[in-house]
Design a binder for this molecule. Structure first.
Ligand code: IPM
Ligand code: MN
Length: 385
């Protein structure tokens, strides 16, 4: 009986904290206008493993694309120290306070992959730094583009980035040895704001379809409410058609032209978005080819979606890691702060270097080009455009 009361009390505490978060979401309506800033500060978090190696190359590309703006002081690149697994473990803080203070002084962040320790690894059991940054900066939209031109696929995923299984992820209740309970949480505010991002994107980019992916046949309440919220926001965008897919079928059949008919913009809850975007990235050419933006009203963070690649580091092949994911993240960042033309230039150069010309190819083996050699080639190509 005591067990039940203890679990009830913990649950009540969680619900109370959610009321407060909902009030904060209601208050967080103002959107930062980058065109009104004299200077945009880009914070750099290199991360762990191959992170610093590919970040170095991504920054060379960034310096090439906005050389003049940096020289004129319109864009400042600011490296933030201390966000390494060694420092985080020593402090027993996944996102050390002093690092987070520096992060909040920036406008946007470029982030390399970071270690999230798992049980059995020689690090303390820290929380995911990624989740903490997303939550701390209210980065509620993970925007993940996937292009597979020969299959006619040009999709943009809008993954809700804070709620679902993630928001109380480390707050589950171990009632007793036999029984554990985790939670899935969805708020109306959280669902509506991701929906709005998806529809706005669709409208601005001439897309005609928003597809909602859930498991609403089973997860009746939170997925059902998610659909309701998306459809309600969708009423303000009558020119955009809405369709629904179930997440299991979407995972299995996303390449089937009958099944994926009409899909352009996809909006989905957090965990489904995590899994489905990995599958889609594999079809695109591998996790290493994909990048993601994490967008909030005030801040935004741009990253690769792969991990720290300990396998490459342990085999002495870190310098041969593919920097393209983080380089693409740089492109997304530039578009977000108002330099869409530079992103397009970068995309054109990447198409030449990785699809049409391919003078140098990164294989992540020593027989391929190193990250630095590939980036030399890419920068030469950008400068020739
Ligand atoms: C991602 C990652 C993260 C997630 C991890 C690192 C917390 O897999 O960005 O997709 O699960 O969201
Ligand atoms: Mn993931």
């Amino acid at each position: 009986m005591n067990e039940i009361m203890a679990a009830q009390e913990k649950f009540a505490e969680l619900i109370r904290s959610e009321y407060e978060r909902i009030e904060r979401m209601k208050a967080d309506q103002e959107v930062k206008d980058f065109s009104k800033l004299d200077k945009i500060v880009v914070g750099i978090l290199p991360g762990d493993g191959i992170g610093p190696i590919i970040m170095k190359q991504a920054l060379r590309v960034l310096n090439t694309l906005v050389k003049e703006e940096i020289a004129a002081g319109k864009i400042e690149l600011r490296e933030i120290e201390g966000m390494t697994i060694e420092n985080r473990a020593a402090k027993l803080q996944s996102l050390p306070d002093e690092v987070f203070e520096e992060v909040k002084k920036c406008d946007v962040i470029i982030k390399g992959p970071m270690v999230t320790p798992r049980a059995g690894e020689p690090w303390p059991n820290l929380l995911s730094a990624n989740s903490l940054l997303r939550r701390g900066l209210e980065l509620f939209a993970a925007v993940r583009p996937i292009r597979i031109p020969d299959k006619g696929i040009d999709w943009t995923f809008f993954r809700e980035n804070i709620e679902g299984e993630y928001i109380w992820g480390n707050k589950g209740i171990q009632v007793n040895e036999d029984l554990a309970v985790d939670f899935k949480v969805q708020t109306k505010q959280g669902s509506e704001r991701i929906a709005r991002q998806a529809f706005e994107f669709a409208r601005k980019n001439g897309k005609k379809n928003v597809t909602i992916v859930t498991k609403a046949n089973i997860v009746k309440l939170v997925d059902g409410n998610f659909i309701k919220a998306v459809r309600k926001v969708g009423e303000e965008y009558p020119e955009i058609e809405i369709q629904e897919r179930l997440v299991d079928a979407m995972s299995a059949k996303m390449l089937d032209p009958e099944f994926n008919k009409g899909i352009e913009v996809i909006v989905l809850p957090n965990l489904y978005g995590d899994i489905v975007t990995d599958i889609a990235a594999e079809h695109q050419g591998g996790l290493g080819t994909a990048s993601s933006s994490n967008i909030g009203n005030q801040y935004a963070m741009f990253e690769a979606i792969h991990g720290t690649a300990p396998f490459l580091i342990n085999h002495g092949r870190g310098d041969y890691a593919d920097p393209c994911s983080l380089i693409r993240a740089v492109g997304m960042m530039l578009a977000h702060i108002g330099y869409g033309d530079r992103k397009e230039k970068l995309e054109r150069a990447l198409d030449i270097c990785t699809v049409t010309e391919r003078k140098l190819v990164v294989t992540t083996d020593k027989d391929g080009a190193s990250a630095a050699e590939f980036t030399d080639y890419l920068i030469d190509t950008i400068e020739s455009l």
